[in-house]
Design a protein around this ligand. Structure first.
Ligand code: 5CA
Length: 456
């Protein structure tokens, strides 16, 4: 993408009205703009990141055996009356009346709807187990929307739902989602510690929150240092390995980690003093096992193998997709701006022409940009007629992982400068090797290689 044609409103100053660093940077780097309290428009830069996060969440859900679908944002109040939650949900639910005076609502979550959909189709244990998910906007009329997308009123959530014949099966589904979450967050370049949690209005008795450590987090957290050495990816563990999944859960369960809501001083005191870690954290995911709470209330029944009738056991599994954009920034930034992990970066490379008026620099920049477009839209090319210093400053703010800097001195030697945004390390690379360097970066990112038009 050429910056000269992009809608990338980067602000010179940090906005004073934002309280936490991720919100400040999301406004400053032009990721979002607030359109009403707690409701945000995603500008192109922010939308690219949102889509990258969404795609990683999707791939890991698919890998865990969940199937994607899409349920609507607007729901009928009747569904929620069936489950008994309509009155209980309270003022967080945005209640709407249509022109026929029917009671509707903007969905804050989807347990009720998925249970009804599943109930109407599934009659036999042979159709179990199943895991379904969607990635859809939710609305919760939060009393105090704050910190930008971190606690919005409208937000994007991945919510998955599992249906099993019995509790043992449902627990296995829960363990699979736990593994999928560990993998998802690791691919996003963040460490999210699973912590025992309270179930709240979703219900049930087994629940974990996934917490990213950040000083600006809303909850206070307590965890065993063992999590700092934890192998988050669990690369060898297969979703078919029941014993392995149970082992993973047992390990999480026996290693202390809790938020202030569930913190247990007695158990905490058993953690060696040198291994106690405290801090604050952001909840980026929350998983629940709630048994037959919805299936029983809504009459979901299947025939069991022995001919009897069984009520399937369920769980639900949420990821705050839009909140994650803020959480990743909270965990990965410096004084100059955002530092995107490569997996979610809006572009991999920022190509900066330091001297718009220098024909040699312009020729090298244009040629390199044209060649990079063969890999798809992997580079943001700052081709604006601006001072070099301004361009470098903006590139640092928006935080692309690599900067390719083209200036007269290096170009005279047939070189360009490559700068790693995270380490700040700079290196001269021959102009004709730059394309190979990028080609080597792409496969490990799994980036698609549809060529993009260099005039764009
Ligand atoms: N039905 C269950 C799981 S599918 C559920 O709704 N869980 S939840 O309430 O914990 O929400 C799931 C995730 O959505 C949370 O972990 C959090 O990351 C995100 N989330 C919740 N409320 C907000 C909000 N107001 N703004 C941004 N993200 C939110």
């Amino acid at each position: 993408m050429r910056w000269s044609r992009a809608f990338l409103p980067v602000l010179k100053e940090s906005p004073a009205d934002a309280q936490i660093v991720s919100h400040k940077l999301m406004l400053r780097a032009g990721l979002v703009r607030q359109t009403a309290a707690g409701i945000y428009a995603w500008l192109p830069l922010g939308f690219r990141v949102l889509q990258k996060i969404e795609q990683i969440v999707r791939e890991e859900q698919d890998r865990a055996g969940a199937q994607e679908m899409l349920m609507p944002t607007i729901q009928s109040a009747d569904l929620w009356r069936e489950s008994g939650r309509y009155d209980a949900y309270g003022p967080e639910m945005l209640r709407i009346r249509d022109r026929h005076d029917r009671e509707m609502l903007y969905g804050p979550t989807n347990e009720d709807m998925i249970t009804a959909l599943f109930r109407d189709e599934v009659k036999s244990y042979r159709d179990l187990p199943r895991m379904l998910y969607h990635i859809q906007w939710k609305f919760r009329d939060e009393v105090r929307p704050r910190f930008g997308v971190m606690r919005g009123r409208e937000f994007l959530m991945k919510d998955a739902y599992s249906f099993d014949l019995d509790e043992a099966g449902a627990r296995l589904s829960y363990y699979k989602q736990m593994l999928a979450y560990l993998r998802t967050f690791q691919r996003l370049g963040i460490q999210a510690v699973p912590m025992k949690a309270a179930s709240g209005p979703i219900g049930g008795d087994l629940s974990h929150e996934f917490i990213v450590l950040a000083p600006t987090g809303e909850s206070e957290v307590f965890y065993d240092a063992a999590y700092d050495e934890f192998d988050w990816h669990q690369a060898d563990l297969s979703y078919g390995d029941e014993a392995g999944l149970r082992g993973l859960f047992e390990r999480v369960n026996s290693t202390y980690a809790a938020t202030d809501e569930t913190h247990d001083e007695a158990r905490w005191s058993e953690v060696g003093e040198d291994r106690r870690r405290t801090g604050r954290g952001i909840e980026v995911g929350h998983i629940f096992y709630f048994g037959d709470k919805y299936s029983a209330a809504m009459g979901l029944k299947v025939s069991a193998p022995d001919g009897s009738v069984a009520t399937p056991m369920m769980g639900s599994y949420g990821v705050g997709v839009s909140r994650l954009v803020g959480a990743v920034i909270e965990a990965s930034h410096d004084d100059a701006g955002i530092v995107w992990p490569e997996s979610v970066a809006p572009w991999l490379i920022g190509l900066v022409n330091m001297r718009h008026d220098d024909p040699a620099c312009l020729a090298v920049a244009e040629d390199l940009y044209t060649k990079l477009q063969r890999f798809g839209d992997v580079a943001l090319y700052d081709d604006r007629d601006e001072r070099g210093g301004v361009k470098l400053g903006s590139m640092d703010v928006i935080g692309l992982p690599w900067q390719f800097i083209i200036g007269p001195k290096s170009v005279a030697e047939g070189m360009i400068e490559s700068k790693n945004r995270r380490s700040g390390q700079r290196e001269l690379i021959p102009v004709d090797r730059a394309v190979e360097v990028v080609a080597a970066m792409l496969p490990k990112l799994g980036t698609t290689t549809n060529s993009a038009d260099p005039s764009l």
